[in-house]
Design a protein around this ligand. Structure first.
Ligand code: NAP
Length: 333
């Protein structure tokens, strides 16, 4: 049975005799560090840039060089982009590891695909938020917390779980619930969402927008109806709270009948087969090898994808609509 950890499973006292360091103070590192600070847990932040170090100081944390943090802390939270983490680990972390060290990751990617292979004498933990970085802080401040996947990949000290759960409590995740999931499952679920659900969603939205615009529906109305009004995201917010079926049941009857009477039409899309192929590529490691090669190649394909997309009139119309509504776009994660 799946284990879900709650507030009472974490004891902050476990961290009392431990020094805690964080490497990287970016999208996720900063919210996590601020949550730790507000839970009364001192964190030393190691950054590459002076700007990030100053920001950490201004936030009431202790900003240091990466080397100082790696050498002088017991628990190291690894908050760098996954793509740069393996080289960074090899050159700047691994030479300083000693018995009693714990490494905590917020994505299992590099361990699952063995781009990082820590020695057997250190503890390895995972606290992987199932939300965007900004929500990690917002939900903590709102007193709700956020759901995460947690795991111990290596328990060299025999005390890795109590330490991990104390940290999970301090970052605010036990309030919402932390689900125990292996490193491999966390990686595969994360990639599956990115590669099977997100492309399908993008495809749905662009196909619908192109069809409706070609049929002469007003641009602003089309984008508002599809997602800019926020109705679509609100629907899924409700679904997260009460379930998909109940959310649909609370919509007008015409909507309920329209949805269910047309559901089977989409069986023809062979979605299940496409998802299976995608999952197999993830599970076999084919995707991770492809992405490592692409990253080494300077993200040439990714840049070309952007170039092709940016040449589409659809996105210009979308931005004009956003401007009309007077909103600012946020391209951060
Ligand atoms: N972002 C999210 O919503 C989210 C959600 C769940 C999990 N995660 C996981 O959280 C981890 C961190 O992701 P992130 O989005 O927070 O990363 P990020 O903001 O893109 O980068 C974090 C920091 O890494 C530093 N950095 C970049 N390259 C470096 C290098 N070669 N050497 C040293 N420092 C370097 C930069 O610091 P400087 O300012 O010092 O240059 C940057 O501020 C990843 O494992 C990711 O999978 C992220």
């Amino acid at each position: 049975m799946t284990v879900i950890y709650r507030e009472e499973d974490g004891d902050l006292g476990q961290l009392a005799s431990k020094s805690i360091g964080m490497i990287g103070y970016g999208n996720l590192g900063r919210p996590i560090a601020l949550n730790l600070r507000d839970s009364g847990v001192a964190v030393t932040v190691g950054t590459r840039s002076v700007e990030s170090r100053v920001l950490a100081d201004e936030d009431g944390l202790i900003g240091k060089t990466i080397e100082e943090v790696v050498k002088n802390t017991d628990i190291l939270l690894m908050m760098l982009p996954d793509e740069v983490m393996p080289t960074f680990y090899l050159e700047q972390v691994s030479p300083h590891l000693r018995r009693g060290h714990m490494l905590v990751f917020s994505s299992a990617y590099n361990l699952t695909f063995r781009f990082i292979e820590p020695p057997p004498f250190v503890d390895i933990g995972l606290i992987a938020p199932r939300t965007l970085a900004a929500t990690v802080r917002e939900s903590y401040e709102a007193g709700q917390g956020f759901v995460s996947f947690v795991s111990v990949g290596q328990d060299a000290s025999g005390n890795a779980w109590p330490l991990l759960l104390a940290l999970t409590k301090a970052v605010g995740s036990l309030r919402a619930g932390a689900i125990e999931v292996s490193f491999e499952r966390e990686t595969e679920l994360d990639l599956f969402m990115q590669q099977a659900i997100m492309p399908a969603l993008h495809h749905l939205m662009t196909t619908a927008a192109n069809l409706l615009l070609a049929r002469g529906y007003p641009t602003e109305a089309v984008f508002a109806e599809l997602y800019l009004s926020g109705e679509f995201s609100h629907y899924f917010k409700l679904a997260a709270e009460q379930g998909m079926l109940n959310t649909l049941r609370n919509t007008p009857l015409t909507n309920q009948y329209g949805t269910y009477s047309r559901l089977d039409r989409f069986n023809d899309l062979k979605l299940e087969r496409l998802m299976e192929v995608t999952l197999n590529e993830i599970h076999s490691g084919d995707f991770s090898r492809e992405w490592a090669k692409e990253f080494l190649d300077g993200c040439r394909r990714l840049n070309n994808f952007y170039k092709n997309q940016e040449s589409l009139e659809l996105w210009e119309l979308e931005q004009q609509t956003i401007d009309l509504f007077g909103r600012e776009t946020d391209s951060g994660t």
